[in-house]
Write a new protein. Structure first.
Length: 213
């Protein structure tokens, strides 16, 4: 897939800002972000900024996607669970770095459009699930890596339970939008080890009913 000049310049910017993992940079280069943004924002697809998508949600800023992916550190044989499919962009990036991605979304409309893009791009190792991220997806647990792309006041217990020993979770935590911190949680034999990485602003991980519409 050919990269545009704008895309190359975004990758260079990511490197300058500390994204040093060459596998992550390569994955960012392999995914055309313009396929995951709304028609009206296509000219901003390679600007380093979050953009609105359907259902009042957002596609994350490329730097945050790269930083979260680098912090997650998926290995080629890993199964990764993502909470918050949104546009599907983060899942598409992960698809190039691990064996399998399972991604959960509460809006059917977002799931459908993400799935359409995966098909068009020939991405076949991402499974989309309509469900509640607070509950996770027990049938395929435990997961090597779990990435949550919506903010919660605390890490959902179900997700911690579904994380493999030796596994890692990356999740934005905070009571309010102003106080969110991206946190890395490692599950070791001795328990959970938590580390704050970066202040962030994500939409909330909503509690309650799945949106079928
Ligand atoms: N990863 C996305 C960004 C997602 S924005 C991307 O790359 O574009 C966060 C997403 O989480 C939204 O689509 C929102 O609908 C979803 N979400 C919020 N609460 C949820 C929940 N409890 N279960 C599943 N998805 C949820």
């Amino acid at each position: 897939m050919g990269s545009s000049l704008e895309q190359i310049s975004l990758i260079m910017q990511l490197r300058k800002h500390g994204i040093h993992d060459t596998r992550v940079l390569r994955a960012m280069e392999l995914v055309p972000r313009e396929k995951f943004v709304e028609e009206a924002f296509i000219d901003q697809a390679y600007a380093d900024t979050a953009l609105p998508i359907a259902c009042g949600q957002t596609i994350s800023q490329p730097y945050i996607v790269a930083f979260m992916t680098q912090s997650l550190g998926p290995e080629p044989g890993d199964t990764v669970l993502e909470i918050g499919t949104g546009s599907g962009y983060q899942a598409a990036v992960l698809s190039h770095l691990c064996r399998e991605v399972l991604t959960i979304e509460r809006y059917k409309e977002l799931q459908k459009s993400a799935l359409k893009q995966f098909d068009k791009l020939g991405i076949s190792n991402v499974t989309t699930i309509i469900g509640d991220g607070w509950i996770g997806w027990p049938p395929n647990a435990p997961y090597d890596r779990i990435i949550v792309t919506a903010a919660a006041p605390e890490a959902p217990k179900a997700l911690l339970d579904q994380l493999k020993e030796g596994g890692r979770m990356v999740i934005p935590l905070g009571e309010t939008r102003e106080t969110q911190q991206l946190v890395q949680i490692e599950k070791t034999v001795d328990g959970l080890e938590q580390k704050e990485l970066l202040p962030v602003r994500f939409v909330p991980l909503v509690k309650g009913r799945v949106k079928r519409g």
